[in-house]
Design a protein around this ligand. Structure first.
Ligand code: AMP
Length: 307
């Protein structure tokens, strides 16, 4: 299921008190321990790279509604960026992020420097296994190892009861679920629906890179997913035919450089040939200088299916 951000009313100024801002691991541990002291509370955690948009805020609101103490990390994680990717230019707006986090009732923002997370000599990394061979894993070697490693470190530092992730990054969700299962993290993983712009473009911090022309062309990804949805609703079950259709739809946009259109099992990310049950349809493309991803769950006989 996905929903349109425009359906949401503008977020009111709540007058919530600003979150505690911690930059050291000890300070985070201290703040969480004091929140927990003497009370059986639920601690919620929302990992982010900052530069908040409505997608991030929806995760924080879910956490605030379910948890007594909400921790948000703001950390542009260097080890999940490959050489030549946008680590240096990644959008950062910390003051605005703190204001928005306060409005969502966030209690603590953890914003460590890279040297706090990865001091000299820090070299242990998590191999995520076969899931790395699917979707973005192939084109971004080391990306999911970097994601799994930083999330595992945050889980160890914060010790959340619940952790919130966006369906926007479907493979990341699968990686984190597997990480929690395989490494016995005692945390419940919550997945929140994709928040979209009015024209269907999935919100992303990277959308700020798009020029006006790119922005128009960027709807190609959602259009491709929609064309897949319509084909499945018509009874098409051949993944090959639907992938071809999605590629063709993206190809109608001159600034869109197709990367992939895949149909996979939502849990394992293994390719599906014949659509018989719930599948994840995922696309990636370069629009101008910006790499974008998007996805949708589909199920034969249903318009679109949720989690
Ligand atoms: P990021 O800051 O891009 O690493 O994203 C932090 C979290 O927000 C991740 O769990 C993302 O999947 C989630 N997220 C990003 N964009 C969206 C969106 N449009 N809708 C829902 N969740 C999102």
């Amino acid at each position: 299921m996905s929903f349109d951000a425009s359906e949401q009313s503008q977020i009111p100024e709540t007058g919530n008190k600003p979150p505690i801002v911690a930059v050291s691991i000890d300070d985070v541990r201290g703040a969480v321990a004091s929140a927990r002291s003497g009370a059986a509370i639920q601690v919620g955690f929302v990992p982010t790279m900052g530069s908040f948009h409505e997608g991030h805020l929806s995760l924080m609101r879910s956490a605030s509604s379910e948890c007594d103490f909400v921790v948000v990390s703001v950390f542009v994680n260097p080890i999940q960026f490959g050489a030549g990717e946008d680590f240096d230019s990644y959008p950062r707006d910390f003051d605005q992020d703190i204001r928005l986090a306060a409005d969502q009732g966030v209690d603590l923002v953890f914003a460590p420097r890279s040297a706090v997370m990865y001091p000299p000599g820090n070299e242990t990394r998590i191999d995520v296994g076969s899931i790395d061979n699917a979707l973005c894993g192939k084109n971004r070697p080391g990306h999911f190892q970097g994601v799994a490693t930083v999330v595992a470190k945050f889980f160890n530092i914060i010790g959340p009861d619940l952790a919130y992730f966006g369906q926007k990054d479907a493979q990341q969700v699968a990686v984190i679920r597997k990480l929690a299962l395989d490494l016995d993290f005692d945390v419940e993983i919550r997945v929140c629906p994709i928040v979209r712009e009015k024209d269907g473009l999935a919100m992303s911090s990277r959308n700020s890179y798009l020029t006006t022309e790119d922005r128009e062309q960027a709807t190609a990804l959602y259009r491709a997913l929609t064309s897949a949805r319509e084909a499945v609703a018509r009874g098409e079950t051949s993944a090959k035919k639907i992938k071809r259709l999605m590629k063709r739809t993206m190809g109608e946009h001159f600034k869109v450089e197709y990367e992939y259109a895949r149909i996979v099992d939502p849990m394992t990310m293994a390719p599906v040939d014949i659509i018989e049950g719930k599948v994840l349809v995922a696309v990636a493309a370069q629009v101008g200088k910006t790499r974008l991803i998007d996805n949708m769950f589909l199920m034969p006989g249903e318009e679109e299916c949720g989690e």
